[in-house]
Design a protein around this ligand. Sequence first.
Ligand code: FES
Ligand SMILES: [Fe+2]
Length: 381
Amino acid sequence: MNTSPTDKTTFSLLEREYYMSEEIFEREYDRIYSREWIFAAHVSQLPKKGAYVKFSYGGEEIVVVRDEGDQFHANLNVCRHRGFRLCVEETGSVRAFVCGYHQWRYDLDGSLVGVPQMPDGEYFDYKDFPLRTAQTEVWHGMIFVNLNSVPVEPLGERLAAFDATINKFAPERTKLAHSIKYELDANWKIVVDNALECYHCRGTHQTLCAVVDVAGLMSDLKEWLADTGDGPSDLGQAGMRIRPGMQTLSADGTLIAQKLLGSCTSVDVDDGISGGVMVVPNFFYAAFYVDHWWTIAIRPISARKTELIYSWYVRADAEEGVDFDVDRLIEVGHTTQSEDNRLIARTQAGVESRFFEPGPIGSDVEPALNDFAMNYLKYLD
Ligand code: FES
Ligand SMILES: [Fe+2]
């Protein structure tokens, strides 16, 4: 019997240091996280002027706030006086950002408008010290931010291929129903790897496997990031397909919410349609079903700490307790992610061993892993 790797086998590409080194983490921040679009929030989380959401990645804190109408700003949470953190809470509502140290006052767009005891122009010009800002873009109701200091390709253009799928579900006419922040003691790439293969699904995810077509998902994953000749893609289009006869991604396959999304009809319910969007290496995934949708955003905090934000949405006019029940809405996702989190923590622990070395992987069993790693390394160069 031939026990050597065959042409169906490749090896993982990343050595141990990629999962531990703060130096590599800094490079990832410079090359990926400070340049690419990062999912921040859904517009429903900022219902009126002054409402804000604060979140972190790569050691930075960003505050996204709604101004007039549909205008959003993203301000770095660093006072221009002596660096104090302006916002402490993760969500809130303000008329202006007032620093808690010496009461400098900033408008929602970050301009400095008030400094106690130092009138404008007498010590310095206020206009020279606005909060640092990030670029923002709203795509189908999802707010993204970008820390790049030069204007970047609009996200909507980059993701235009997904418009047809997304329009069907109209996520801009939905609202956040529940969100969970999982704080993981693991490198973000271990979290991404886990999300990119379903080789572990049958052994781990009983609840998920009851409703998801695992074989279909595994073959979809092959296409998602596939090497098309110019190197692997950083976008993927597919939903986590559900089994024939199921209506939506719920524990028993029946509808979770009575109010259907977008233009979905009872025929779509019978067909159990789904859709999905994935962006890497800064991982963002959105999955759509007839009655709800969800997002997963992975936010690296340090080389060994990652936040995974899982959020579930329903149609804007759906009422909790009447049209849907939060426990049912999150059941499959939360159960599955909790199972994944245990796998992720133990993988990180093992990868930190001096004896860890990249092992063989089946090129058709978990194909997206090396596509992701190749893509990531391309960004890092
Ligand atoms: S540090 Fe913010 S006002 Fe002084
Ligand atoms: Fe999993």
